[in-house]
Unconditional design. Structure first.
Length: 114
């Protein structure tokens, strides 16, 4: 079982996004969702069209902005996305890059809604 909160960027994550979120046509190459912001933005576009989902596009948190209430160590600096649905109550997922934060949030949604 994958943990969306810690999944790394790379082809395996990209394949999971293609399978569970974006569903590109059969035989189409899988975009580098987790490393390329243009490809990741197509994930945002897919998520905002999902019924009953609020998907907050990535924001950057500086180390002086505390994420301690979300379970991250004091001084954490990261990109984050917020996702809210019937099964996810304003969950925040962090990553070192905006594309990976987008993918982590989308994967969490996909896992909870399958």
């Amino acid at each position: 079982m994958i943990d969306p909160k810690t999944v790394p960027a790379g082809p395996e994550t990209d394949a999971l996004i293609a399978e569970k979120v974006t569903a590109p046509g059969a035989g189409s190459p899988i975009p580098p969702y987790s490393t390329d912001i243009a490809a990741a933005w197509t994930v945002v576009e897919a998520m905002i069209r999902k019924d009953g989902v609020y998907f907050g596009a990535p924001h950057f948190k500086h180390k002086h902005q505390s994420l301690a209430s979300l379970g991250y160590p004091e001084g954490t600096e990261c990109w984050y996305c917020v996702i809210n649905s019937k099964l996810l109550n304003k969950v925040v997922l962090c990553a070192d890059t905006a594309p990976l934060a987008i993918c982590r949030a989308a994967l969490l949604w996909a896992i909870k809604h399958t």
